[in-house]
Design a protein around this ligand. Structure first.
Ligand SMILES: Nc1nc2c(ncn2[C@@H]2O[C@H](COP(=O)(O)OP(=O)(O)OP(=O)(O)O)[C@@H](O)[C@H]2O)c(=O)[nH]1
Ligand SMILES: [K+]
Ligand SMILES: [Mg+2]
Length: 488
């Protein structure tokens, strides 16, 4: 009956998650130095493949009185010898994880060379290609693409925020999410296909399709929510772009140098000193910041300065955070002029989220300063105004406290329930998936076959993120088995 067939189909797709690809390359036994090149206290050599245990047998057990194979996942101190000559190479720790052996040896160049050469002399063993261990883990379904990306990001992480983000992904945060969604899609697809192939009772059909409709609608809203993250993950992974802007000579380069704690940009009393964009990477409160100093904005006839201003404007447009610097003393002195003589180029580049810094406060007294702040607040579009001095450092601590708090507010990843999207690639495929699901919902009432095609498309898009086998393959298998069962 129809319901029996449905059950069968659902049972089948439950196993899809464990569907595996076979790869002949993974038959070789490979080895490599897993720790960094060069002299070090300890070096770790890893051996992986079907014959990995051979390395332990030939280099640890053969010449030893202790013939017992190491207990899995337990480090044991052993002599390591050359498999052919029997020459003693080192005394180190041997670890056995089924399919992978590790030798933890002394990190001297000659010791490492000796052990690697010895491994190479074992029949069927070869040195691993770059990234081959990870590749193999992917082929063996131990890691999916997002986990591989996470591990790469973990190696490159320079700040705490990047490390947290990468670790979450390396541990399967995204994989789990996308696999769950994909599984749901496949289940729903099986239902739709069952109706297409074997639907006979309109009541059951309607009931099944209504159910599918509801579930897909729900999933659409979940995916939308997931994507509605202000690109936090992607921005954190690449670094948060902060641009310093403002008129000439207000202390933009001085501010950059203060944050960098070095003379990264040239500072001089001559307006128009900075022309090229100067970008430096900083770790501010655990967040990766790429901060750019720019040419002072003003009308100019100098072609080099004009080019500098064009570059400044481009950087301002692409900034995630804009810091506008003005000179408090200049503004104070022009307080009777319209708009404080504020150049329209600078004024127009400001918006309500711009952080405004009134620099050079060491040249004003307290009364002048608080008066200035009070009247100036009315003129600018932002509420974030800080008074500081790049010469005395006064006020910079307060600015940094605010800055880190607002970074946490905007980019904190630890409050998110699920892992964050970290690459444009993920977003593209998710968009593709959403498109398919929306089309599916639109077509469900009119053309079931076309609708099913859209669902398949959406499922494939998710599979592309995790790098899992194409859905067509799975479904062909399902259909084949299903038809057999039906005919019996
Ligand atoms: N008194 C005082 N002088 C400052 C302060 N910050 C910068 N200056 C001086 O202001 C002048 C201009 O500083 P820069 O850092 O070159 O200013 P800029 O905005 O980068 O200038 P351009 O690159 O030419 O647009 C230099 O003589 C600095 O020493 C400050 O807080 N107090
Ligand atoms: K200057
Ligand atoms: Mg400058």
């Amino acid at each position: 009956s129809f319901s029996r067939l449905l059950n069968y189909k659902l049972k089948y797709v439950k196993n899809v998650r464990h569907y595996k690809t076979n790869n002949s390359q993974s038959q070789d036994t490979i080895f490599a130095l897993s720790t960094a090149q060069g002299k070090a206290g300890i070096a770790i050599i890893r051996i992986s493949g079907p014959n990995a245990s051979q390395a332990v047998k030939e280099m640890v057990l053969k010449q030893s009185l202790k013939k017992k194979f190491p207990i899995p996942r337990k480090a044991t101190g052993r002599f390591i010898v050359h498999p052919i000559t029997g020459e003693m190479l080192d005394h180190g720790l041997v670890l056995w994880f089924p399919d992978i052996a590790e030798f933890h040896i002394h990190g001297g160049t000659s010791v490492v060379r000796g052990v690697l050469d010895a491994l190479g002399s074992i029949e069927g063993f070869r040195h691993a290609e770059c990234g081959e261990f990870t590749h193999r883990a992917f082929d063996n379904d131990k890691l999916d693409l997002t986990e591989v990306e996470g591990i790469a990001d973990l190696l490159n992480a320079e700040t705490e925020a990047q490390r947290r983000l990468a670790l979450r992904q390396a541990q399967g945060g995204l994989k789990h999410l996308y696999d769950t969604w994909r599984q749901q899609l496949i289940e729903n697809m099986a239902l739709v296909e069952a109706v297409i192939d074997f639907g006979e009772d309109e009541n059951i059909e309607d009931e099944v399709l209504n159910q599918v409709n509801e579930r897909i609608k729900h999933l659409v809203s979940i995916i939308q929510n997931h994507m509605n993250d202000n690109r936090r993950g992607e921005i954190l992974r690449d670094g948060i772009h902060v641009t310093i802007m403002g008129p000439p000579n207000v202390g933009k380069s001085s501010f950059l140098n203060y944050l960098a704690q070095r003379q990264a940009a040239i500072v001089s009393p001559i307006p128009g000193t900075t022309r090229d964009v100067i970008e430096i990477s900083l770790n501010i409160g655990g967040y990766p910041i790429i901060i750019g100093d720019t040419a002072g904005l003003r009308k100019s006839d100098d072609i080099i300065e004009m080019e500098g201003i064009i570059r400044a404007k481009n950087l301002i447009l692409s900034a995630e955070i804009k810091i506008c610097i003005l000179s408090s003393v200049d503004i104070f002195n022009s307080k009777n002029n319209s708009l404080f003589n504020l150049d329209p180029m600078t004024y127009n580049a400001m918006d309500k989220n711009t952080i405004l810094i009134l620099n050079k406060t060491d040249l004003l007294n307290k009364t002048e300063l608080s008066y200035l702040k009070e009247i100036f607040t009315e003129v600018v579009p932002t509420n974030y105004i800080f008074c500081l001095s790049c010469v005395t450092g006064e006020g910079i601590k307060e600015f940094l406290e605010f800055f880190v708090t607002s970074l946490r507010h905007k980019y904190d990843d630890s409050t998110s329930q699920v892992a964050l999207i970290t690459q444009a690639r993920h977003r593209e495929h998710l968009n593709e998936c959403l498109k398919g699901l929306r089309n599916f919902l639109g077509r469900l009432q009119n053309d079931l076959v076309l609708a099913a095609e859209e669902l398949r498309h959406a499922t494939n898009a998710l599979g592309k993120i995790t790098g899992r086998v194409s859905v067509d393959e799975i479904l062909n298998n399902i259909s084949k088995d299903f038809t057999n069962e039906f005919q019996q």
